[in-house]
Design a protein around this ligand. Structure first.
Ligand code: FPP
Length: 252
């Protein structure tokens, strides 16, 4: 007896459509539009963040399938503290909730979890959940799922600059030896390559203080879709669009 699985077949076909050459190794995403998505549905803003959390896992699964090496997600910016306290508190609880549901699947899928941003200023319960996830996945060598949490691009560059000055003061470094390559080793992203592709959802076309140094030559892709409506197919289309672009890095 043959079992027909048309839905499954259709999904497989979509994934197979992606070429395997010239796949972006590092994709960064500004997950924007949770609030507007909730408002459109007459729901509180936090309902948008909650739905956004489920989309994170869908995109992580896709990234694993497409063999993406690094996925950096802007989950909380240094400016997001300005939001109403109940919303900030909710966002600070999200990592714990997300990891409670999805950490076993991450481990199963060989995903390594890491963060960039000012970790020490996070509430202890948020830090605890993230430290646990980092510890549990530290030996995985598949997708690096990098949450930018309490991250700001200017803050990143300023901290790097301060550390360089400190190292010069202590005689560990000479000013003349500082070049772009060595400067980058002082940034939060010191161990990872710059993003190849940046996706921003919700129709806004700006960087909002995300990875300012690291995005210098990144391909930018803006979509009107609100983050809670984003999906695997759109992510696949974004990869295909990247594959069709020609990167020149200032050359010809
Ligand atoms: C921006 O949308 C979104 C955020 C500030 C939070 C992003 C968080 C998630 C997508 C949830 C997943 C997080 C984890 C840690 C798993 P917005 O609120 O600014 O939307 P708006 O511009 O429509 O108001």
């Amino acid at each position: 007896m043959s079992i027909r699985l048309p839905f499954f077949r259709k999904k497989r076909k979509k994934l197979e459509r992606i070429k395997h050459e010239n796949t972006p190794e590092h994709i960064a995403i500004i997950m924007d539009g949770n609030g507007r998505w909730a408002k459109k549905k007459g729901l509180p803003r936090i309902a948008g963040h909650k739905e956004g959390m489920t989309v994170v896992q869908k995109i992580v699964r896709s990234a694993v399938k497409y063999d993406i090496k690094i996925l950096t997600l802007f989950a909380f910016s240094t400016e997001n503290w300005k939001r109403p306290k109940p919303e900030v508190d909710f966002l600070m609880r999200l990592p714990k909730e997300f990891l409670h549901i999805y950490l076993p699947e991450m481990i199963e899928n060989n995903v390594r979890i890491d963060t960039i941003g000012d970790f020490d200023s996070l509430p202890p319960h948020t830090r605890k959940a993230i430290i646990h996830a980092k510890e549990q996945t530290k030996d995985n060598d598949g997708l690096l799922l990098n949450f930018a949490f309490n991250y700001g691009g200017r803050y990143d560059i300023m901290c790097a600059m301060k550390e360089i000055v400190r190292d010069v003061d202590e005689g560990k470094l000479t000013i003349d030896s500082v070049d772009e390559e060595s400067f980058a080793t002082y940034l939060n992203t010191k161990n990872i390559e710059d993003p190849d592709l940046l996706i921003r959802t919700s129709g806004e076309q700006r960087l909002s203080n995300f990875l300012l140094w690291q995005l210098a030559y990144t391909e930018l892709l803006f979509t009107d879709v609100l983050w809670p409506d984003y999906n695997e197919e759109l992510f696949g289309n974004a990869i295909t669009e990247y594959q069709n672009r020609k990167r020149r890095y200032g050359g010809v």
